[in-house]
Design a protein around this ligand. Structure first.
Ligand code: L34
Length: 288
């Protein structure tokens, strides 16, 4: 048996054309969705992702601003910049690419972004709204995974979802989004005793560990859906996920590749969130 490939790239392209059409309509109504991406320092991987975000933004007809700040930028300087953008009417989304340099407190930065412009969905207000099932900006990577599931027609209600990893950016919200769709959710992590015995029970397995080829064939229940959120470099410097794709594809029913899987969805959902924020801004103007 060989699993069906879930092409994030194809699904992203479909979503992007839908978003572009909505951007055009919004522009006709007088509002151009605007996104600012702030990059502090010279992390090469961050630079790749940020460039890709800016390019996609422009492709979809949005207003895109890339702010590149030196490694030596102080926390206060970054906070001042965010404050200025919080008050800028042309800007509907603000994203500070993570990680930020060591001397800057990540939590302070996330909390400084207005929840109404927090298109990453990292602000505690949006996290809380997500947890309580209210309207919120959903974090782009886990949200992208949910859209992939929907597009592939994969049922979620009643399914056992196992999430490997518990980061604030991916693992934790991923489990929450599956719970919101009535899955039974288990988290496993570095302190879990016998991870494999639990992942083998998963109908849907999400790997968000950040370790190349961590998930091997013996982690998988035959017919499981396997979602690989990892973006790593292997010993040869080649881009790879957390899943040993060649092994696992023989056992899974559906599987995402790396590259071309979750990564392109992350960027697309960022565009979606920026569009959503701009729509809200327009509604506010019309009600004023
Ligand atoms: N604030 N920081 C903030 N928001 C985010 O949502 C991110 N993330 C993560 C890192 N820091 C962040 C991203 O954007 C990871 N991430 C991200 C986005 C896109 C891709 C990978 C990670 C992506 O496009 N991946 C391509 C391959 C790109 C390559 O060649 O390196 C893929 O096909 O998977």
């Amino acid at each position: 048996m060989s699993a069906t490939l879930i092409s994030g790239k194809e699904i992203a392209n479909k979503k992007k054309s839908e978003i572009a059409a909505e951007v055009e309509a919004l522009k006709q109504a007088g509002v151009t969705p605007g996104l600012v991406v702030i990059l502090v320092g010279n992390n090469p991987a961050s630079r790749t992702y940020v460039t890709s975000k800016e390019k996609t933004c422009k492709e979809l007809g949005m207003h895109s601003v890339l702010i590149e700040l030196p490694e030596t930028t102080t926390e206060q300087e970054l906070l001042n910049k965010i404050d200025e953008l919080n008050h800028d009417e042309k800007i509907h989304g603000i994203l500070v690419q993570l990680p930020v340099p060591e001397h800057i407190n990540e939590t302070s930065i996330i909390e400084a972004i207005s929840p109404e412009k927090d298109v990453d969905g990292f602000h505690p207000i949006n996290v809380g709204r997500m947890m309580t099932g209210q309207d919120a900006f959903l974090p782009c990577t886990p949200y992208g995974v949910m859209v992939m599931m929907k597009e592939m027609g994969i049922e979620i209600a009643g399914k056992h979802v196992v999430v490997i990893g518990r980061s604030n950016i991916v693992g934790k919200p991923q489990g929450q989004l599956f719970l919101n769709e009535n899955a039974t959710v288990t988290y496993v992590h570095s302190k879990t005793v016998d991870i494999k015995s639990i992942t083998k029970q998963a109908d849907i397995l999400v790997a968000a560990v950040g370790r190349p080829y961590f998930v091997t064939e013996d982690f998988i229940k035959p017919g499981a859906v396997v979602i690989d959120v990892g973006i790593n470099r292997n010993s040869e410097g080649k881009l790879c996920g957390d899943v040993d794709f060649d092994q696992v594809k023989e056992k899974a029913s559906y599987i995402t590749p790396v590259p071309g899987g979750v990564g392109p969805m992350t960027i697309t959902m960022l565009m979606y969130n920026t569009l959503k924020s701009a729509k809200k801004a327009l509604a506010k103007l019309q009600n004023a």
